[in-house]
Design a protein around this ligand. Structure first.
Ligand code: F6R
Length: 244
């Protein structure tokens, strides 16, 4: 793991955007793994700025989003498809057919998971996977559990995750109870991973992610097993390279 610490979120957003832009400039047909939530909004804005300045093109790039709510119409502003259109896709030159978000309204959600994994397998591996982290250590919507799934699958969102995401809805009741998420296998299969963690309230879970035991009870701790993880944060944490 490589840990980059930033004094403010504006610098963090710029650096994270630059890493993604570099990946696409180095490989125009890069496959990018995308995240939603509050964390990436600023870095997506920076990517859009660079695109508008002619510094990068996404014409050949492909994207695969981590997750989507189950049962929320994609026309709902908080669906992750709508989020991606509003925050990124509508403002850059990526081809619509090259953007992939799991279909949370599929009649057969298990079948949708298989379809998504098949596409990932055919078009992947992901060159650079962007991740945020939940307060409980979830990545994608892989929630803490005694075991984790390798494939794209349906999950029941934990109460704390629905509580955290309530801020995007009018009330807790409106927050979907289920989601479909890429599994840990797909996430860890990415060639490189960029984990962005913002806000001091996430310092403790980031410390446990970086320095604690590898456990399915903190899904992000499995990132310790990946050879190319870059963490960008404004949290005051250290990455311990030895026991002492
Ligand atoms: C979103 C996702 C989630 C979020 C996490 C943090 O696609 O996969 O793991 O990254 O819930 O959300 P924010 O950034 O809103 O704190």
């Amino acid at each position: 793991m490589i840990l980059h610490k930033f004094k403010n979120q504006a610098d963090l957003d710029r650096a994270a955007a630059d890493l993604i832009i570099s990946a696409v400039r180095a490989k125009p047909n890069a496959v990018l793994g995308m995240a939603t939530g509050g964390t990436p909004v600023g870095l997506y804005q920076e990517i859009v700025k660079s695109y508008q300045q002619g510094l990068v093109s996404f014409k050949e790039a492909k994207t695969f989003n981590l997750d989507e709510y189950v049962g929320l119409p994609i026309t709902h502003p908080e669906s992750y498809r709508a989020f991606m259109q509003r925050n990124l896709f509508d403002h850059i030159d990526i081809r619509a057919e090259n953007t992939h978000v799991p279909n949370g309204n599929a009649a057969d959600i298990d079948g949708e998971g298989r379809r998504y994994d098949e596409m990932l397998y055919q078009q992947g591996p992901v060159d650079l996977q962007l991740l945020g982290i939940g307060h409980n250590g979830h990545i994608g919507f892989n929630e803490p559990d005694s075991h984790l799934s390798r494939f794209t699958h349906k999950v029941t969102l934990k109460a704390e995750t629905r509580e955290a995401n309530k801020r995007f809805f009018n009330s807790l009741d409106e927050v979907p109870t289920h989601a479909i998420t890429m599994g840990m296998g797909s996430i860890l299969h990415a060639k490189a991973i960029l984990l962005v963690v913002k806000g001091m309230e996430k310092a403790e879970i980031l410390d446990r992610t970086l320095n604690g035991p590898i456990t399915t009870e903190i899904p992000a701790s499995l990132l310790q097993t990946h050879p190319r993880v870059i963490v960008m944060t404004d949290c005051d944490v250290e990455y311990k390279v030895s026991h002492s």
